[in-house]
Design a protein around this ligand. Structure first.
Ligand SMILES: C[S@@+](CC[C@H](N)C(=O)[O-])C[C@H]1O[C@@H](n2cnc3c(N)ncnc32)[C@H](O)[C@@H]1O
Length: 237
């Protein structure tokens, strides 16, 4: 997309209205009821994203924004005892619940959690085979989304995979999207996320798009699998 197109696309993405500290406090506050609020609608979308990521035995995967830990458990089971799973989330309360979930599932030996801001990933370069991020990329300020995706590129091995599931601004916004955005604008404490352009963001950051689907929850959802280019072409960018 050209620079003018980029700006036009950015213009209809709503700004994030909460600071990181407010977001952390918000997720700490809703952690104990998060599954009750979101699991029914988000779980089927997450499953589709996980299928695209296709984690395999012996691999190393990262989940950004793991919340109560359901996907961490699924990833840990998929990579098996030879693999390893890492998670980063800004909310200590979510991390507490996720730890319980991981222990209950008896996979704690292969999962490592970090509490922190995913805009700066505390992992070395070319470390992961895959990264999973569901309903989290749309929480970052618009100008920070490319930064998060560049961090993902940095920590992925060449040809590593990134699966993103996110509320989408693609297509003509229906009344649900308009109602959603109105609520985000007027009650940011109630609704901190907003639809974004997912596939375009991954392409712009330098990912090769392996698969992209536009699905529907109560608003459109993009489920996208990006691949880090092989080492030689990544260096040419
Ligand atoms: C909407 S929830 C999504 C949860 C989970 N991925 C799912 O699909 O069920 C967003 C999660 O991202 C976390 N989060 C928000 N901002 C973050 C940031 N800057 N860095 C890391 N995690 C963040 C929140 O604490 C929360 O657990």
């Amino acid at each position: 997309m050209n620079a003018e197109g980029d700006q036009a696309a950015d213009r209809d993405i709503l700004p994030v209205l909460q600071s990181k500290e407010e977001q952390r406090a918000y997720y700490d506050k809703i952690a104990s009821v998060y599954d009750l609020l979101a699991e029914r609608s988000e779980q089927p979308m997450r499953e589709k994203g996980l299928k695209l990521l296709d984690p395999r035995p012996g691999e190393q995967h990262l989940e950004i924004g793991f919340a109560t830990g359901h996907t961490l458990v699924a990833l840990a089971r998929a990579v098996g005892p030879e693999g390893r799973v890492y998670g980063i989330d800004i909310s200590p309360k979510m991390a507490e619940l996720a730890r319980k979930e991981i222990t209950k599932a008896e996979v704690a030996d292969r999962v490592e959690l970090t509490i922190g801001d995913a805009a700066q990933l505390p992992y070395q370069d070319a470390f992961f085979d895959g990264i999973f991020m569901a309903f989290t990329l749309e929480l970052f300020p618009t100008e920070e989304i490319p930064k998060v995706l560049h961090e993902c590129l940095r920590v992925l091995k060449p040809e590593g995979r990134l699966a993103v599931v996110s509320l989408s601004r693609e297509g003509k916004p229906g009344w649900m999207v308009k109602a959603f955005e109105w609520t985000h604008r007027h009650f940011p404490n109630l609704l901190d996320c907003r639809p974004i352009y997912v596939r375009r963001a991954l392409e712009d950051a330098g990912f090769q798009i392996a698969e992209a689907h536009l699905d529907h929850m109560w608003v459109p959802v993009e489920i996208v699998l990006g691949k880090k280019p092989p080492a030689a072409s990544a260096q040419r960018r």
